[in-house]
Design a protein around this ligand. Structure first.
Ligand code: PXP
Length: 241
């Protein structure tokens, strides 16, 4: 299993004082050194955490692939085409949300997305859609030209954190089924959102063999504040490999 370390919340701490520290660029380099397979970051419309300067520096300095999460807007596409991350992950975005809630509704945007992704793909950037593990969303993603899907684990994570273990396992089964369908369609399959040092073990037990990569941010950064970034990344790696 590959690990993409999302460094957004290092910048959340920086933005609490709008100063220069801690730097998500520094965190990305340490994560890479600790064994992360990818650096992930979400440049949001309101720039509440990382911004395009962070993205440019991370792209320039890290050797592992960079995965840019972004809303499918003209502004973000221009940034992606300028910086050329290795992958673009399209996510839904609402200003008032605390974090990305729900997956991209590819079905209702299929025509728009199939046009939207063309220049990104032509630039040699892999395109992934962040979606619920729903059969129709997966099929629509394939039709719209996605190379990959990232399946939303937020519902599983919430159920697990509330100790609703039976429902959490059912949700994991749904994710597993979705992953199998996506693979059958020739899509690469990733997963993420809300994963922690506790619930990731159950994820691995049920769906670890059908997903290629996990993108994890908040829990790693939260533990890094207490134990250090290197240790936080290494401990997550030890749980998923
Ligand atoms: N994957 C996607 C597509 C996301 O939007 C996020 C949150 O930015 C994550 C993974 C990581 O989620 P978390 O910070 O809860 O680990």
């Amino acid at each position: 299993m590959r690990l993409g370390v999302n460094v957004d919340h290092v910048a959340t701490l920086r933005q609490a004082r709008r100063t220069f520290e801690p730097s998500p660029v520094f965190a990305a380099l340490i994560a890479q050194q600790a064994g992360a397979d990818q650096i992930t970051l979400h440049v949001r419309e309101d720039r509440r955490h990382v911004n395009e300067e962070d993205l440019k520096l991370i792209k320039k300095l890290v050797i592992v692939p960079v995965n840019l999460e972004m809303a499918p807007t003209e502004e973000m596409r221009a940034i992606a085409l300028e910086v050329k991350p290795d992958r673009v992950t399209l996510v839904p975005e609402r200003r008032e949300e605390i974090t990305t809630e729900g997956g991209l509704d590819v079905i209702s945007m299929e025509e728009y997305l199939s046009q939207y992704v063309k220049p990104i793909k032509e630039a040699g950037i892999e395109v992934s859609f962040f979606i619920e593990a729903d059969e129709k969303q997966i099929q629509a993603s394939k039709r719209a030209g996605a190379d990959a899907v990232e399946l939303h684990t937020g519902r599983f994570a919430n159920l697990w954190n509330e100790h609703r273990f039976d429902e959490a396992r059912k949700e994991l089964e749904r994710i597993r089924e979705g992953a199998l369908l996506a693979r059958k369609l020739g899509l690469s399959v990733y997963a993420g959102h809300g994963l922690t040092y506790q619930n990731v073990k159950e994820f691995m037990r049920v769906a670890g063999d059908v997903v290629e990569e996990l993108n994890i941010g908040h829990s790693i950064v939260a533990n890094a504040v207490i134990f250090g970034f290197e240790r936080a990344v290494k401990e997550m790696l030890s749980l998923i490999r």
